[in-house]
Structure formats: structure tokens, C-alpha cells
Design a protein around this ligand. Sequence first.
Ligand code: KG4
Ligand code: ZN
Length: 321
Amino acid sequence: MILALETSCDETAAALVTSDGEIRANVVASQADLHARYGGVVPEIASRRHLELVLPVIREALEQAGSTLDDVERVAVTSGPGLIGALLVGLSAAKSLAWARRLPLVPVDHLHGHVASLYLRPDPVEPPFLCLLASGGHTLLLDVQDHSGYRRVGTTLDDAAGEAFDKGARLLGLGYPGGAELDRLAREGDPDAHPFPVARVPGSDFSFSGLKTALLYAVRDLPADELERRRADLAASYQRAIVRALVERTLAAAEHLGTERIAVVGGVAANSELRAALPHASLAPLPLCTDNAAMIGSAARFLEAIPYPGYLELDAYASAG
Ligand code: KG4
Ligand code: ZN
């Protein structure tokens, strides 16, 4: 059994995953409420909260699985990319646990983790496929040929798709992070009410900053009561533009790569319109779209472990190489 930890942003998460991809426990403590009043994640607050939560979350995962540390054969942990202070809490906890019990440790790339959310039971997806990874921090198109990694074929030139959702939600007066709330509000609105631009940058890349500015201009001059009346229409039209950009680029990249197999992972993969717009794609299961540790344990199954005690020098990294 693998004990996996994930603390790259504002979720403190621990999971127990078997080597054949069964989830025995998956505990996620979200700090979103703590950061909501600031309208975004405050790195120092996140690190401190991870420190308070990491051991209780591990204990709860073990309890949920009906296991003890004696059952753990490997420790897996996200080593980057993410908030450096937040990552270091998880990495230090993982190193200490592994070292104290003389276990091997597997450092996992957070993005590989999102892809590996597809490899878990009961319905594992097998490579090769083209993967759209859309989250709060990243929007990537990945050529996935095997379980152990990926090749990047496209990225965002500015904001991530989740960031576009969150910033749009904020302009519409919704809470943080607003993606899920905007998704709900959009269901009551007309997606054709406002023609928002879909950026078409060259190649397989994305751009969302122009869209965000377009929404800003649309809401800026509206009187409060008028904004209230049009909020659902604005949400629906704004979401339509994000989804259209994601789907268009993904389908074009799939054609370019000569594959019909498409998968979607990351927080934005929870979006109901995106899920409906790609009916033939493999979609990450809803509870595994946003950050969690089960996906980190899943990725660890396909990676080399560092034997005891070689990992004590291991460092976290903030940005993807
Ligand atoms: O993967 P994730 O938990 O964190 C990162 O690795 O960044 O993704 C979080 C992002 C947030 O921006 C959140 O607003 C967005 O995913 N999100 C959604 C939905 N649920 C979460 N965006 C659109 N529709 C949703 N239903
Ligand atoms: Zn993530």
C-alpha cells in the first residue's frame, strides 16, 4: 500500500492507494474558506494551515482504510509545482514518516498526478491519449504515451482556465474559488446573450486574459440592479467562451496528433458544460478532478521510488520546468 500526501496549494490531502490502483482512503481538507476573504490563496496562511492539518489528515486516512502505518510500503508526495512553502510541509512530513519507518519515498509531479487520476479503479483509462489538464494553476495539452509521464504539446500564454473561472466569478460577485458557483449560475442563463471573444493564438496554446477583460468591461458600466438581472446570462456566456476555447483547441490538437482518444483532468474537468461538450472523452471522476492525494498515489505506482534514506536531501520546486 502507498501512503500519498498532497499539499501543493490550499488542499491538505492524504490517501491510501494499493499498487493495483484501488483507493482505500482519500481525505481532503480544503482551506478554501480560510482564503476566501482575501479573494485568493495566501501562501503563508496556506503553509501554516498545512502544518496544522497534515498529521490529522494522515490519521484520518489510515482510519478510513482500517490500516496502520505498518501496512504502508511506500510514501508518495507532491514535490512540485506549487506554492513552495506549502509543498515543503507535505514533503517534510513524507520524508519524516518514510525515514522513521525506513520506507522508500516517491516524489510526484503534481501535473503527472492529475493525469494519473485516470489510472485508478474502478474504471482505469489506459494510455495513449491526448490529455487536457485544466486547473486553477495550469491549462495544458499533454501527449500521454504511457503511465510514467507525458509530453507537453500546448499551454496557456497567460491565465489558466480555472483562474479565468475564478476571476470571472469574482467580477460577478461570487465567492472564491468561484468555478463551481459560476458553473451553477450559468445553468440559469442564456449562453448566447453576450458574445465573448474566443482567443485563437497560434499553435496548440490557450489565452484567457482577453476574455476576462471583456467581462470586466461588460460588468463595469452596469448599474447594480441591471447586473443582478444579467448575472446568469453573463455567467453562461462567459463559461461558454472558456469551454469553447478548451474544446476547440483540444479537438484540433487531437487531429494534429492523429488520435481520437481524449481525456480531461484537473479542477475545471468538473465543469458540467465542459463534460457535456466532450461526450466521447474520458473524464476524471468528479471527486478526483480537484486536488487530492489519491491521484498522487496513483502516479507513484508508475515511478521509481528513492530507497531509504536517499531522499532526505530532496527539494520541492515551485514551477514546472
Ligand atoms: O486542480 P485544482 O483543484 O487546483 C489546481 O491544481 O490548480 O483546480 C482548482 C480550479 C479552481 O480554479 C476552481 O474554480 C476550478 O478548478 N473548478 C471549476 C469547477 N470546479 C472547480 N471550474 C469550473 N467549473 C467547475 N465546476
Ligand atoms: Zn491541481
